[in-house]
Design a binder for this molecule. Structure first.
Ligand code: ARG
Length: 575
């Protein structure tokens, strides 16, 4: 089945070509949902001027060419085409969709290799709430691309290298490996970092040791590297706990941290200098990509090697982009990273294009992530001004979800399972349902609410359908009676569902999971009207109607569950 809006677009384009000549075959017919019909086409108004005819006349001419259209078309007002699809058309498309294991979601051919850089917490500090969004949005994009048949290569660009590791390793030695590991595994990375930092600031001897340790680390001294591994392994074990809790698909094989590029940095600089892409400026090696100027109108440098010889964040990203294009063979690279790094990525992409490392055939895109705000409208912090710990936050979401289902009479194990699913859905859905580049206020009360555009509301919609099937005594997979859309609520739901496949394709192409949330939310709203107006398993409903409605329920359930799965939102069978 095809999205009716697409079917319509094609049909109207064909009509335009027949009525006004082939040069109009690609005109946008401007199909929109309508208040007065299923859709309206507004193309007659824009075309009329060019054709020097009245819009109504143009509209009539288009209508005349659509006489075989499955539905009715009326010309209204100054020249709108109001289009109502025939019920039989929607029904047969809905039946095809029910029989299609992919629910009308196509696959991309030829399939592309999509590199997705996401999550990327810093090991020297604790994974904080800012990394929650990059993790959740990135994971949804990975799921979407895989579902469309693309090859996804996840790259967790961990902050796992650099000067802070000198003091971190020295602190690890001071407190003992075992104690350090226990602390890091427990998610006390910030405390660990702060303790190291305060010694560094107050203790000259420690400072000297830390500095020396940076050199031994960078020169690849085996003992120091072992200690670095002890630190990193414990830290990654904690990150994995968070990923597990969230149900995020990242694994250790996806780790491609800054340290991985360390051996490539010198060559990165040498090659950029040799090709003339980078030049020396005030002792530093810099690329000046055209079009970037500072406040003083001077060209803005992307510093590849600092004047002290050190490499920085930009060096690593230049090495990474070359690796992703050349070695990973990316067709498209998504960087799911905070908004505040927008300039950095613009410059890295421009510099990579300049160097010929990022050919025009490869797309690089910064999927900008907006800041998470506290209720006061500022960057989300604890009362004492520290950044909020991810684990505490997730635990609190689970606790609130547990309270929500307290009185349902479930046994302990089931309660825990549902509370976990609801808590994670609350947090993840809240994150995904706003456009990824906008800021939003972290508000657990709103997130766990079972009404409105929330994760628990979506879960509730699926649980409701599951309970209908339990009452009917059949599995959703067994409901395959022909879908009949007699009542208005059935028709509206059926028509809406047909748009799923096209929507998933668009959401993936544009990196906009929030539009999938909006689609699912509307699905749930239409379902709830259907639920009120069209009894399914009730006395007085004849068996034929019951089976037809069960088939519509089954289709709706699959759309909701598939959609939520693509978002990474868990769906419990009961709530
Ligand atoms: N670790 C960085 C941060 O927390 C994000 C890294 C993003 N990826 C990249 N290739 N620079 O801000």
């Amino acid at each position: 089945m095809t999205d009716p809006q697409i079917v319509l677009t094609e049909r109207v384009q064909q009509a335009l070509a027949r009525a006004f000549g082939p040069e109009h075959a690609d005109a946008d017919p401007l199909i929109r949902p309508s208040q007065f019909a299923d859709f309206q086409a507004n193309v007659a108004m824009s075309l009329a001027k060019r054709l020097r005819r009245s819009p109504r006349e143009v509209a009539e001419a288009i209508r005349a060419e659509l006489s075989d259209f499955p539905g009715t078309i009326e010309v209204s007002g100054p020249g709108f085409l109001n289009i109502t699809l025939a019920d039989s058309f929607i029904e047969s498309e809905a039946r095809r969709m029910l029989a299609d294991p992919r629910l009308g979601v196509g696959t991309i051919t030829p399939s592309q290799t999509i590199v997705i850089d996401y999550s990327a917490p810093n090991a020297a500090k604790e994974m904080h709430v800012g990394h929650l969004r990059t993790t959740i949005v990135g994971d949804s994009l990975a799921r979407l691309h895989e579902h469309l048949g693309n090859t996804v290569i996840r790259q967790n660009h961990l902050g796992d290298w650099g000067t802070p590791f000198g003091m971190l390793i020295e602190h690890l030695l001071d407190i003992g490996e075992q104690a350090a590991v226990a602390q890091l595994e427990a998610g006390q990375g910030t405390e660990f970092y702060q303790a190291a930092r305060s010694k560094f600031d107050s203790d000259e001897d420690f400072k000297t040791r830390a500095r020396a340790r940076v050199s031994t680390l960078q020169s690849g001294d085996p003992d120091t590297l072992r200690l670095w591994h002890v630190f990193m392994d414990a830290t990654v074990r904690f990150f994995n706990k968070v990923y597990d809790l969230l149900g995020v698909t990242l694994t250790d094989t996806d780790i491609a941290g800054e340290s991985m590029y360390n051996p490539m940095l010198q060559k990165t600089c040498d090659d950029l200098a040799a090709s003339g892409t980078a030049e020396m400026s005030e002792g530093a090696l810099c690329v000046f990509p055209p079009g970037f100027t500072g406040s003083d109108d001077k060209p803005l440098p992307l510093i590849i090697r600092k004047s002290d010889g050190g490499y920085g964040y930009a060096t690593t990203d230049m090495a990474a982009i070359r690796y992703r294009v050349h070695d990973l063979k990316a067709d498209r690279i998504l960087y799911v990273v905070g908004n505040e790094q927008a300039l950095h990525f613009q410059m890295v992409f421009a510099a990579a294009r300049l160097a010929g490392w990022l050919p025009d055939t490869v797309e690089a895109e910064h999927v900008r992530i907006g800041m998470m705000l506290g209720k006061d409208g500022r960057r989300f912090k604890t009362r004492s001004g520290e950044s909020v710990k991810l684990m505490d936050l997730l635990q609190e979401a689970v606790d609130r979800a547990a309270r929500l289902i307290e009185d349902r009479g479930y046994d302990e194990a089931l309660k825990r399972e549902i509370a976990h699913a609801v808590g994670m859905a609350a947090v993840k859905y809240a994150d995904l349902s706003v456009s990824h580049d906008s800021e939003y206020v972290f508000d657990l009360d709103r997130m766990v609410a079972t009404t409105g555009n929330t994760g628990p509301y979506m879960q509730y919609a699926t649980a409701r359908i599951r309970s209908i099937f339990r009452k009917a005594g059949i599995e959703p997979g067994e409901a395959n009676a022909p879908i009949v859309l007699a009542a208005p609520a059935e028709r509206a739901l059926g028509l809406h569902l047909l748009g799923f496949g096209e929507l998933v394709a668009q959401v993936t192409a544009a990196s906009e999971p929030h539009r999938l949330c909006a689609f699912l939310f509307q699905t749930a709203s239409l379902l709830s009207t259907f639920y009120e107006e069209c009894p399914v398993v009730k006395e007085g409903v004849d068996p034929e109607t019951r089976d037809q409605r069960l088939a519509l329920c089954a289709l709706t359930l699959r759309v909701l569950e598939t959609g939520l799965d693509l978002l990474g939102v868990p769906v419990p069978e009961r709530m």
